[in-house]
Design a binder for this molecule. Structure first.
Ligand SMILES: Nc1ncnc2c1ncn2[C@@H]1O[C@H](COP(=O)(O)OP(=O)(O)OP(=O)(O)O)[C@@H](O)[C@H]1O
Ligand code: SF4
Ligand SMILES: [Mg+2]
Length: 342
């Protein structure tokens, strides 16, 4: 991934995120020591099973987690290519006023988000065209009504919505799931952001639409020169769409590397198991493997901080796994597992 000719856009460094639990009256760590680099015009995926912390990670980048119960530590440094925010800005900056001012500016203008469920992402009582216009207007308040309208129709054409003038006047309930997700993609593209975060953008859609929407999204991201953070629990769905993959398990990145390496030569036992669960033609008629047991209890600090996070489910575990492995660099990819520690 590291290449001096590429411009670093986002650096997540030693990020820890914890939530307060009212029932247990304590904070517990959802994400631990997350390190991610996103370069200009690159597409990365964050994959992991349900509850691994993918949405919490996506929300952290735009400070969208519930601030009343969330604690952050580490750095999320955004290097603006649009030449503002003094060139770089730590989203987790402790200077409160600066944080609020900048995060509002960053949201939608520099970094935008596509949510899992397009039905809930849009306002049900405002027609979709006006919703797109509102997003453009926040960052371009001087545009006339006509300019906003034309820009919205252009965006609808970009995302291949048929009859944009008619779609403009529709309310969310009048559109199909696929059409709504196209509207959400147009909202995300509205201000030419440098980074688009798509949190499971196809999970709420029919299987037949998933590839179509992912194709559209990745094509547009490439065309606009943006970078993409694609979040999914389905590692196989994103095979052909991303350059780099981070595998998240119970709040820790356990493996990362070039997509083709992760897909064809996964090193971490968790990634190997995740890929082996995929129903491809070679497994026709056979029972698919499953990953035994479940995610660890995040309140169990001795487990979470003292052992390999995958030890309760790993078929390759050995005595050393009762302590914590480090990230190792092996054949061009990074893996957090004692099998690769010297
Ligand atoms: N508002 C919240 N308050 C307390 N705990 C939360 C909250 N939101 C998420 N969590 C917990 O944080 C952990 C990670 O949740 P998160 O939604 O980030 O996972 P995910 O990987 O996105 O899962 P999914 O694939 O189901 O969307 C889970 O244990 C979840 O119960
Ligand atoms: S460190 Fe041990 S338990 Fe953890 S994934 Fe590697 S082999 Fe399995
Ligand atoms: Mg999620």
């Amino acid at each position: 991934m590291k290449n001096d000719t590429e411009k670093l856009l986002l650096k997540i460094e030693s990020l820890n995120v914890s939530f307060y639990s009212k029932i247990r009256n304590m904070f517990y760590f959802i994400l631990r020591d997350i390190n991610i680099d996103l370069y200009n015009a690159k597409k990365i995926a964050i994959v992991g099973e349900s509850g691994s912390g993918k949405t919490t990670l996506a929300n952290s980048i735009l400070l969208l987690n519930d601030e009343r119960i969330t604690k952050y530590s580490g750095n999320i440094i955004f290097y603006s290519a649009k030449n503002c925010c003094n060139g770089s800005y730590n989203i987790l900056s402790t200077v409160e006023t600066e944080k609020i001012l900048n995060i509002q500016h960053i949201r939608g203008y520099h970094i935008s988000m596509i949510f899992q469920d397009p039905f809930n992402a849009l306002n049900p009582v405002v027609c979709v065209g006006e919703q797109v216009e509102e997003v453009i207007k926040i960052h371009s308040p001087d545009l006339t009504k006509k300019e906003l309208y034309d820009k919205t129709l252009d965006l609808f054409k970009k995302v291949k919505l048929p009859e944009p003038e008619i779609i403009y006047k529709k309310y969310p309930y009048q559109l199909s799931g696929g059409q709504l997700q196209r509207v959400c993609i147009s909202v995300a593209l509205a201000n030419n952001p440098e980074i688009i975060i798509a949190d499971e953008p196809t999970t709420a859609l029919d299987a037949s639409l998933r590839d179509e929407i992912l194709n559209l999204l990745t094509e547009l991201v490439t065309k606009e020169g943006s970078s993409l953070i694609l979040i999914t629990h389905d590692i196989n769905l994103i095979r052909q769409y991303v350059d780099f993959v981070y595998v998240l398990y119970a709040g820790e990145i356990v493996e990362y590397g070039l997509a083709k390496q992760i897909f064809y030569n996964p090193l971490h036992p968790y990634t190997q198991m995740l890929l082996s669960c995929y129903p491809d033609k070679s497994k026709k008629g056979k029972r698919l493997p499953t990953i035994p047991s479940e995610l660890p209890d995040l309140f169990d600090y001795n487990f979470v901080f003292g052992k390999c996070i995958f030890v309760n489910r790993c078929e390759k575990k050995f005595s050393r796994c009762e302590t914590k492995p480090h990230i190792n660099f092996v054949n061009g990819q990074y893996v957090k597992c004692f099998l690769y520690e010297k």
